[in-house]
Design a protein around this ligand. Structure first.
Ligand SMILES: [Zn+2]
Length: 295
């Protein structure tokens, strides 16, 4: 596997690739979990994809001049800041430098992508300073903040960023569970695309007595929407697992709805990680997905 392309067998990388192709990648993302090397390598792929000349189809292409510079760590529009993984190692001076730099338009590409390693070690002063930029970022700016755990961030910063977790627990992921999750996810995705509001409530009934099923199904729902989004934006693929569903969803759902649905799945998974009440989670699943699709 090339280190300069997203690994389409990895659900997280697949989702990121789909969001990038959609052109609606969040301004600020937090990559947590995994090893420091995994986080940095993923951040580089995202940054390369954002500056890549081929952003609309298969970024990062790995061959354009932007990609080459990005992977050689020499792209002038991908500033990199790093600090040790210990309290307050990420100095407030860095944040000031980042702030000044963020308001200078990019040099060679249309984007400026800041990679901030161990960004969670910013003290409160630093986090409040970065928050100001996250609240009203220049349109060309993206932040990729890397940390072992997002728990080091202030809630205000977290609320401005989309969190992606590397290497979610895979213990439950045996074949039988996968099959049940795929079945439930397909029912939910079909219901989301249906005109009848009640369909999704019916499809979600399967989770009522099965909290674990909900947990393993949410990422699969997201995979289906990511697959539909790639279809929508012309990155064709064959997904035997989901049959013709991604294609059908790509036809029925708007260019706006699909990225919103992927984000909605993220926020649902985040609530689940925070041990939200199970019945409320099922209600949230229905309302959140319904809302994303009706915009
Ligand atoms: Zn490229």
């Amino acid at each position: 596997m090339s280190i300069t392309a997203f690994d389409m067998n990895n659900p997280l990388e697949k989702t990121l690739a789909a969001m990038l192709v959609s052109g609606r990648f969040p301004h600020a993302v937090i990559l947590e979990g995994g090893t420091a090397t995994q986080r940095l390598s993923l951040a580089k792929k995202i940054a390369a994809a954002l500056v890549c000349s081929d952003i609309k189809s298969n970024a990062p292409c790995g061959i354009c001049s932007h990609c080459k510079k990005a992977f050689a760590d020499s792209h002038p529009d991908i500033p990199f800041f790093t600090a040790e993984d210990k309290p307050r190692a990420f100095k407030v001076d860095f944040v000031r430098e980042i702030r000044n730099n963020a308001y200078i338009i990019p040099n060679e590409s249309d984007k400026k992508v800041f990679i901030l390693e161990n960004a969670h070690t910013m003290g409160n002063e630093g986090q409040n300073a970065i928050l100001k930029i996250l609240e009203e970022p220049p349109t060309y700016v993206n932040f990729i903040m890397l940390c072992s755990s997002k728990s080091g961030f202030l809630p205000t910063v977290l609320s401005r960023a989309t969190v992606f977790t590397i290497g979610e627990a895979k213990n439950d992921d045996d074949a039988e569970n996968r099959a049940a999750a795929v079945e439930a996810a397909i029912a939910i995705a079909k219901a989301v695309a249906s005109v009848d509001d009640y369909e999704i409530v019916k499809a979600a009934a399967v989770f009522e007595k099965d909290a674990k099923l909900l947990k393993i199904t949410l990422p699969v729902i997201q995979e289906i929407f990511a697959s539909a989004m790639r279809e929508k934006f012309g990155v064709a693929e064959l997904s035997e697992e989901f049959g013709a569903l991604p294609e059908e969803l790509a036809r029925k759902l708007s260019r706006r709805a699909l990225p919103d649905l992927i984000e909605a799945c993220d926020s649902l998974m985040a609530s689940l990680r925070m041990n939200a009440n199970h019945n409320l989670m099922i209600t949230a699943l229905c309302t959140t997905l319904r809302k994303a699709v009706s915009k």
